[in-house]
Design a protein around this ligand. Structure first.
Ligand code: HEC
Length: 91
């Protein structure tokens, strides 16, 4: 928990210091993630969860964003986003 708080304050500090918060890895699928996942919250939600979510975890999380939070993401983009997250930010 202590570590998480440290990490959170570090992220907040760097997010306010830089003009643009989080830069995601430049791989196929990045555009979809940036376009679809940053409209409600910061992209650091993704980097913060990279160490705890595997592919199944990302599938569940993206499904939750769509079904519970109401993210307007179509099935094609959903697959691209899950692949991108599992490959680049999976544990
Ligand atoms: C329609 C708004 C919306 C969109 C679009 C959205 N999210 Fe979220 N997301 C939320 C909200 C609200 C929470 C906070 C939920 C909570 O506190 O439980 C959240 C929380 C999260 C979390 C924290 C873990 C969790 O399960 O709560 C992650 C990771 C996450 N989002 C990833 C994503 C990704 C990846 C995308 C793109 C596929 C995305 N979000 C798109 C609304 C959205």
């Amino acid at each position: 928990m202590q570590k998480l708080i440290l990490l959170l304050s570090f992220l907040t500090a760097t997010a306010t210091a830089g003009e643009n918060q989080i830069v995601l890895k430049d791989r196929p699928g990045k555009n979809q993630v940036v376009a679809q996942c940053a409209m409600c919250h910061s992209l650091d939600y993704i980097t913060l969860h990279a160490t705890i979510l595997d592919r199944a975890g990302w599938e569940k999380t993206v499904g939750k964003m769509i079904n519970i939070m109401g993210a307007p993401i179509n099935d094609a983009d959903k697959q691209i986003i899950i692949d991108y997250l599992a490959q680049n930010y999976g544990k």
